[in-house]
Design a protein around this ligand. Structure first.
Ligand code: PMP
Length: 424
């Protein structure tokens, strides 16, 4: 019976980490990881999380099931953090918020909702997007050996919608010539999508490119989405972690909401609170009336119940306690600023090292224009191979490096590796 089951391809990120572990070189660097590291390149538990944990232990809370929609106190604060506590959509109770299994689980819930209530509607996904580890058509995927990009198995956004039975296609996003945004291509593709499509947007710190639209570009994106009666669907996995400010990183989402649009937004606390393993996040659906929000929420619950019944409580209590206590909330903001600041410092140092060491006259300013945890180097696959084989720098083959896995002390070494690989 089970003999016919074929082996699934390994996850591309895990492959990078395993190869890193097996390398004994003293200068080796793992820039594949999408998790924050300290300057000493160690995992980090936020102090504010430790404090909240201690408080929870002292309170001795029970382990009863949560309701299907999750912890009420969490759902309240998570919507406030995203939209702003004074946002009319909150006051008017127009947001259906359901606690999800972090960003991924929240996206999956929304995908199931789209499949059920908007059958045949298309989701438009940026090219490239989260979980895609090759970019250029000439690179065939090493992981799944698929020759054509749309069939590649190693990609998370697309697989979430595939598994939910939602058809998707791509919009242009990355321009390899400028290592920047292909804004015209993006707008043209969103315009060309069938009316009423769901447009998946990265709220801030686009993964994997680190390239975000400017505020002016966001306005134009919103114009086109409105014109075509599309639904903006935000994946916001880095709120507060990208710039250090919760409000600044939510500006894109809030601008769409302020236009009176219906919006979907999936949140994650993996990065900004370092709660990777707690699986805490939420799905929010902004509706036109409180009645519609109540109906949408009831349907999200109906989808969640047979999938996983109800979500885990611990991460939800941590978030609710931190946001609900002004001292802890301020401390969280300071720690987020510190984490975002460390990554920004590393970004600047890498840019300075690249610019001063490279005598070819190449313009490295794209490194500074990108934001968030990642930098897209523009290195092609052969150059990435050189990074790993000669320099012991482990990264995904699309040229993405995680600056969270880099320290100031290692910037010069990395710059040497990148310059050597570029001119190889
Ligand atoms: N979306 C994007 C774009 C991401 O980068 C991530 C995390 N790497 C997620 C969603 C979700 O992660 P999680 O399920 O841990 O919240």
């Amino acid at each position: 019976r089970f003999e016919g089951i074929t082996m699934a391809p390994p996850d591309p990120i895990l492959g990078v980490s395993e190869a890193f572990k097996a390398d004994n070189h003293e200068l080796k660097l793992n820039l594949g990881v999408g998790a924050y590291r300290t300057e000493e390149l160690q995992p980090y538990v936020l102090n504010v999380v430790k404090k909240a944990d201690k408080l929870l232990l002292e309170k001795g809370e029970n382990r009863e099931y949560l309701p299907i929609e999750g912890l009420a106190a969490f759902n309240k604060v998570t919507a406030q953090l995203l939209f702003g506590a004074d946002n009319p959509v909150i006051k008017q109770q127009r947001v259906a918020t359901v606690q999800g299994l972090s960003g991924t689980g929240s996206l999956r819930l929304a995908a199931a909702f789209i499949e059920r209530y908007f059958p045949g509607a298309k989701v438009l996904i940026s090219s490239p997007t989260w979980g895609e580890y090759r970019l250029l058509a000439e690179i065939s995927c090493e992981i799944c050996s698929m020759a054509s990009l749309p069939n590649c198995l190693a990609r998370n956004h697309k697989n979430i919608f595939n598994d939910a039975g939602v058809p998707w296609s791509e919009y242009r996003y990355y321009d390899p010539k400028t290592v920047g945004l292909d804004f015209e291509g993006m707008i043209a593709d969103i315009k060309a999508a069938p009316e009423g499509s769901f447009i998946l947007l990265h709220g801030c710190a686009h993964n994997p490119t680190g390239i975000d639209p400017t505020p002016e570009q966001w306005e134009i994106i919103a114009d086109v989405i409105q014109e075509k009666n599309h639904v903006p669907f935000f994946d916001i996995a880095y709120q507060g972690f990208a710039s250090g400010s919760l409000d600044a990183d939510a500006a894109s989402v809030r601008m769409f909401v302020a236009r009176g649009m219906e919006v979907i937004a999936a949140q994650s606390y993996s990065k900004n609170l370092g709660l990777y393993a707690e699986r805490i996040g939420a799905i929010n659906v902004v509706c036109s009336s409180p009645e519609a929000a109540a109906r949408v929420k009831s349907q999200l619950k109906r989808i969640a119940r047979p999938m996983y019944s109800n979500p885990p409580v611990h991460g939800a209590r941590i978030v609710a306690n931190i946001v609900g206590d002004s001292a802890l909330f301020n401390e969280w903001n300071a720690e987020m600023e510190m984490m975002a600041g460390r990554i920004k410092n590393v970004r600047h140092k890498l840019f300075d090292s690249l610019s001063s060491k490279d005598k070819s006259g190449k313009d490295w300013s794209f490194v500074l224009k990108q934001i968030g945890m990642f930098s897209f180097t523009g290195l092609n696959k052969a150059q990435c191979d050189n990074m790993t084989n000669k320099w012991h720098v482990y990264m995904t083959k699309d040229g993405r490096i995680s600056l969270a896995g880099l320290s100031l002390a290692k910037c010069e070494y990395l710059a040497d590796a990148i310059i050597d690989s570029y001119h190889n």
